[in-house]
Ligand binder design. Structure first.
Ligand code: KG4
Length: 340
């Protein structure tokens, strides 16, 4: 079964063709990130307008890349939530039109479920159940992936998402936007013990996460140095910060693996590209005898293939979008598209 998959929840427009959930036939992507850089963050209207400009060409490009025609498309999958609403609506409208014109099923896909499915492409043997750490610009969740379409949240952030925190700190340190990757690079040559940063523990919800205290502690350090006119120790700050974020994420993910007893852990989302988090997860999983699944860097960020993969499993589970399918800025991962 060949699915045309559409992703437009933030600043990447992506269209992919995926066969039977695991085989990527084509993966085309266009990003408006360069246009957002001068504003230090994504400007929703610009993102939406760029999606409208490129989405049809990307679909044409995907068909060409795969050597297929429109008649080969068996279904259309699309991110319907969560995301910037204007951006999501562009993808939903396009996917709906294609499905209607071709007379094929329309499959709504939750964006974070899509991120989780990136691992099905990268690791053909991976099947639920497993625990998944989902860390991106908009999400920080520890998810119990009980089945391909059956998920429960074990822990989540109470304030900022991990990626949001990376971006904010990087911007204040003058590393540009999006800041996760340059901050990661700066951390390579730094001392992770140079600064003492807070670690949070929430007794009543030990798997929940919080980044606001860490963000404030970092901002105070940076502002103090700036006020005194001192040069910022960028690498040491970046290394100490990366270690603190990793300490927030890794032990809780391992605890979730023990709590569920699955013995399998995956990590997904843009922040899953972080080298410190990857290294710490690898070491912790090895020590605890847990199998670890991480997508390659190109599948960590937003892409169409992950939506095509999850779309296939949603299709098998009977998920169908009606012609009244809408887009949503927020939607819990455990819910179906019709549930409020
Ligand atoms: O998954 P993604 O592409 O988009 C969302 O759905 O949010 O994630 C983007 C986030 C940004 O906050 C970016 O700074 C962060 O992922 N990121 C990283 C790294 N590469 C990207 N954060 C930390 N370390 C990295 N190497």
């Amino acid at each position: 079964m060949i699915i045309l998959a559409v992703e437009s929840s933030c600043d990447e427009t992506a269209v992919a063709l995926v066969q039977d959930g695991r085989k990527v036939l084509a993966d085309c992507i266009a990003s408006s990130v360069e246009m957002h850089k001068i504003y230090g963050g994504v400007v929703p209207e610009i993102a939406s307008r760029k999606h409208i400009e490129v989405i049809v060409q990307l679909a044409e490009q995907a068909l060409k890349q795969a050597g297929r025609t429109r008649q080969d498309i068996d279904a259309v999958a699309v991110t319907y939530a969560p995301g910037l609403i204007g951006a999501v609506l562009v993808g939903v409208s396009f996917a709906k039109s294609v499905a209607y014109a071709l007379g094929v099923p329309l499959i709504p896909v939750h964006h974070v479920r899509g991120h989780i499915a990136a691992n099905y492409i990268a690791h053909p043997s991976l099947e639920p159940p497993f625990v998944c750490l989902c860390v991106s610009g908009g999400t920080s969740l520890i998810v119990d992936v009980k089945g391909y379409t059956d998920m429960a949240i074990l822990g989540g952030t109470r304030d900022d998402a991990a990626g949001e925190c990376f971006d904010k700190i990087a911007r204040v340190m003058g590393l540009g936007y999006p800041g996760g990757a340059p901050l990661d690079k700066a951390a390579q040559s730094g001392d992770d013990k140079a600064f003492s940063l807070p670690r949070v523990h929430i007794p009543e919800a030990p798997l929940d996460l919080s980044f606001s205290g860490l963000k404030t502690a970092m901002l105070n350090l940076i502002h103090k140095a700036q006020q005194k006119g001192e040069a910022l120790p960028v690498s040491d700050l970046a290394a100490s910060f990366s270690a603190a974020v990793s300490d927030e994420l890794v032990p809780r993910t391992i605890a979730a693996a023990h709590q569920t007893g699955y013995g399998k852990v995956a990590v997904v989302g843009g922040v899953a590209a972080n080298s410190r988090i990857r290294r710490d997860l690898e070491a912790a999983c090895k020590e605890q005898g847990i199998s670890l699944y991480m997508p390659p860097l190109k599948l960590c960020g937003d892409n169409g293939s992950m939506i095509g993969s999850q779309g296939y499993y949603e299709y098998l589970a009977g998920t169908r979008g009606g012609w009244d399918l809408n887009g949503y800025a927020n939607r819990e991962i455990s819910l179906s598209w019709r549930e409020e």
